[in-house]
Design a protein around this ligand. Structure first.
Ligand SMILES: [Zn+2]
Ligand SMILES: [Zn+2]
Ligand SMILES: [Zn+2]
Length: 166
């Protein structure tokens, strides 16, 4: 099964859903989704590629927000804390969470060609953790799983390109 992240889709639907989820989550937690926090979330969701904090600055400035780095970092911290976004350590960048509102084990696949990142199934990730913990008798406290390679569309594009040359 190909994830929608790697297939052409109406991305507007992703953004709309993310913003609606954020609104509901903030209301249920009594947190305030201020205009700058909402805009930062929207910018992180502008595509499925991880976004660096510094990429957000010029866009916020253009929208007339205070685009000083501390403002942006505070908004990102707020979104991280609520679980609306995740940090991709290997890229020092942020990505919208596919399952906001519930505590979950995270893992990502990032395509090295198109740059789109897919959040791996939390159930699968948890399953691997549980098995490893049992097998090895270890306690896993933190994890950073960031796989990289080629997504289905980029594999297809690579094969087609090779055929064109031949
Ligand atoms: Zn999308
Ligand atoms: Zn998530
Ligand atoms: Zn790709």
């Amino acid at each position: 099964m190909t994830s929608t992240v790697y297939a052409p889709h109406d991305h507007h639907t992703c953004i709309t859903a993310a913003l609606a989820n954020a609104k509901t989550l903030c209301e249920s937690r009594g947190a305030r989704l201020t205009p700058v926090r909402r805009r930062v979330l929207e910018l992180v969701w502008q595509n499925h590629k991880p976004t660096g904090a510094y990429e957000l600055l010029p866009q916020l400035a253009q929208d007339g927000f205070n685009s000083a780095p501390p403002t942006v970092y505070r908004a990102l911290d707020f979104l991280l804390e609520l679980g609306l976004i995740h940090r991709i350590s290997s890229l020092n960048a942020f990505i919208g969470c596919a399952h906001p509102g519930q505590e979950h084990t995270t893992g990502f696949f990032i395509c090295r060609l198109c740059g789109n990142a897919l959040e791996l199934s939390p159930e699968r990730m948890q399953d691997v953790n549980t098995r490893l913990a049992e097998e090895l008798g270890i306690v896993i406290e933190e994890q950073t799983i960031e796989l990289s390679g080629l997504c289905p569309s980029c594999q297809l594009a690579a094969t087609t390109a090779k055929e064109d040359i031949a």
